[in-house]
Design a protein around this ligand. Sequence first.
Ligand code: ATP
Length: 293
Amino acid sequence: MESVKIKAYAKINLHLDVVSKYENGYHEVRTVMQSVSLCDEVEVALNGTGKNSLWCDIPTVPTDEKNSAWRAADMFFERCGLKLGADIRINKRIPVAAGMAGGSTDGAAVFKALNILCKEPLTEDELLELGGKLGADVPFCISGGTKYGDGTGAQLHGFPEMPHCHLVIACGTEGVSTPWAYSVLDGLYGNFADGEYTPSDIDRLKSALVSCDLKSTVDNMYNIFESAVEPHRPDVTRIKNALLESGALGAMMSGSGPSVFGIFENVDQARDAVSVLEAMKIQAFVAEPVKGI
Ligand code: ATP
């Protein structure tokens, strides 16, 4: 049976801030997202049964319609008016519930794979639009690279590319639920009512990227979720300290956490940092930024 295999890349946020809260309870964000080479492998084949099947090598990941990859298949077939099913296999490498868009990127991979298998019924713009209905991070996971996102994060704009570097991505054992992290933020910043919070500047990060200045890029990273999550997840601080002591130019939490990334110029230092973290019983990976479409 013909199948398509897609590398579903994880994302980190170089910048993540909340601007306001919409009446429907969603938050308006400003973010700069970056795809990284840490990835799940997603293999998709068509079956003629009208029903999906899903296998994943990690037992805690749901294997039914609760899995975003399964839902992506249903949405794709419905949008294209196709009475087909998909057999989906996920080899999971991205830590789950870690703030690296693991579920979103698997969903994005299924959209891409099905569009190939069904001879491209959807344009890239239509895929991005459909992706936005599955989740705010999905359009970014479809297009990848370095992108600026606003609104719910699903509205994407080009942004200068991240310079080449080595990343160490690490994750403590206790996951973070994104709705919980937002509720802590709401408590800290008065529900983002007018005038309660001034969003941080993004222009210095943009200038640093334009001039390919890695040190200045690191100095101008920001994630509002650190203030909400770090006090509740001591591993975040332990990992950041270990990365900095191993020679990282900088280290920050990604998304709503608890994953943390460190940025290194030197690959040997990055590898040493992974050994240090593994000795602390922390899962860690060396990765690199990945370009988008
Ligand atoms: P985001 O950054 O998009 O908010 P995350 O990276 O923090 O997400 P995920 O790894 O997507 O978190 O996991 C969040 C929850 O989604 C998990 O508890 C899991 O049960 C569920 N889930 C659904 N589909 C998947 C999938 N394909 N991979 C991992 N988790 C999934």
